[in-house]
Design a protein around this ligand. Structure first.
Ligand SMILES: [Zn+2]
Length: 44
């Protein structure tokens, strides 16, 4: 899953439909190419 580097929210959307390669955080409004990607560990 992808999370916002600013607020840590997982509510991330591709900005402009992915055209710009940027992401947008729906929670804090962050827009940029830098995003944190973490692996979910639900197994186990
Ligand atoms: Zn955010």
């Amino acid at each position: 899953m992808k999370i916002c580097p600013v607020c840590g929210s997982a509510n991330i959307k591709l900005d402009a439909g992915g055209y710009t390669g940027k992401y947008r955080c729906e929670d804090c409004g962050y827009v940029g190419v830098l995003i944190l990607e973490v692996e979910e560990e639900d197994d186990g």
